[in-house]
Design a protein around this ligand. Structure first.
Ligand code: GUN
Length: 282
């Protein structure tokens, strides 16, 4: 029987801390959120970000651009927000439509306003261990572990997945916490053997319920970053699942994050923390 890491509760604590600090210090913080096109999942994420801003006492500006917006138009808006002294953080919701180069857009954001932590300067700072904005989802995983009392230093950590948003920064953060880190991916051989060595297994592979108990050492901490929509009629009424087969893994793990209610809510809470940091810096 694993202990369940309650991301909903922990993310609420963090939002309450941000809200209290903003109130206590009389901080004026403002986040600009840009969405291009009408991807339904992105629209839900953006709406949730706005709601969290409101809760924390952060002003949010929202820019909803048509799917055929050009890269130049998007850059022009970012440059305007870069110059706007009222704006502390700029977030461009990803993915962007195919005709826009995401890398160019991320680099157009002033690194001092890069609350997503995606820019080269932010990623560089993370890898050499200097101060900077850290990508929200992996930063949220660290908070979940620490606030659940999981010791990280000296532990064997396996990160499954090597995306720029999750896997790579996650590995860097776990290194910073003095874990021994292995990253596995689609070309890794003997993947089950490697995962089975992990004291802490962090899964971000984007494959519904792929991780069964065969990948998990008895007593391991299992963090599931995946989230997938599934048919409730074929899944006992469940609408969402993660990359981990929860029912199969839970009996062997010591701690586990559920989906929903695990890592998911942490991303927005850490974004609120990054906006507060951006406002404090300026
Ligand atoms: N799309 C999926 N996750 C994220 C995120 O953390 N930030 C942004 N900007 N887009 C995303």
């Amino acid at each position: 029987m694993a202990r369940i890491i309650d991301g909903k509760k922990i993310s609420q604590e963090i939002k309450d801390e941000v809200r209290a600090e903003i109130e206590r210090e009389g901080i004026k913080a403002c986040l600009a959120v840009i969405i291009v096109g009408d991807d339904p999942a992105s629209q839900v994420y953006v709406k949730n970000k706005k709601t969290a801003c409101e809760y924390c006492g952060i002003r949010s500006l929202s820019y909803e651009l048509k799917a055929d917006t050009s890269e130049e138009e998007l850059k022009a808006l970012i440059e305007k927000l870069n110059r706007d002294s009222e704006v502390d953080g700029i977030l461009v919701q990803l993915p962007l439509p195919g005709h826009i180069n995401e890398d160019n857009i991320i680099e157009a954001i002033d690194p001092d306003k890069d609350v997503d932590g995606f820019s080269r300067r932010s990623v560089g700072a993370l890898s050499i261990g200097t101060d900077g904005f850290v990508s929200c989802t992996p930063a949220g995983v660290i908070e979940l572990l620490k606030r659940s009392g999981v010791d990280i230093a000296g532990k064997e950590c396996v990160v499954m997945g090597r995306s720029n948003i999750v896997g790579k920064p996650m590995a860097m953060l776990m290194l910073r916490e003095n874990a021994t880190v292995t990253v596995v991916h689609s070309k890794t051989r003997h993947i089950e053997d490697i995962c089975s060595r992990a004291d802490i297994l962090i899964v971000a592979i984007g494959k519904p319920e792929m991780i069964t108990h065969d990948y998990v050492k008895a007593g391991a901490v299992v963090i599931d970053v995946g989230i997938h929509r599934i048919d409730p009629e074929k899944n006992d009424g469940r609408k969402l699942c993660g990359d981990v087969d929860y029912a199969d893994v839970e009996p062997v793990a010591s701690y586990i994050t559920p989906v929903p209610g695990g890592v998911g809510p942490m991303t927005i809470a850490m974004l609120m923390k990054n906006v507060l940091k951006a406002a404090g810096k300026r």
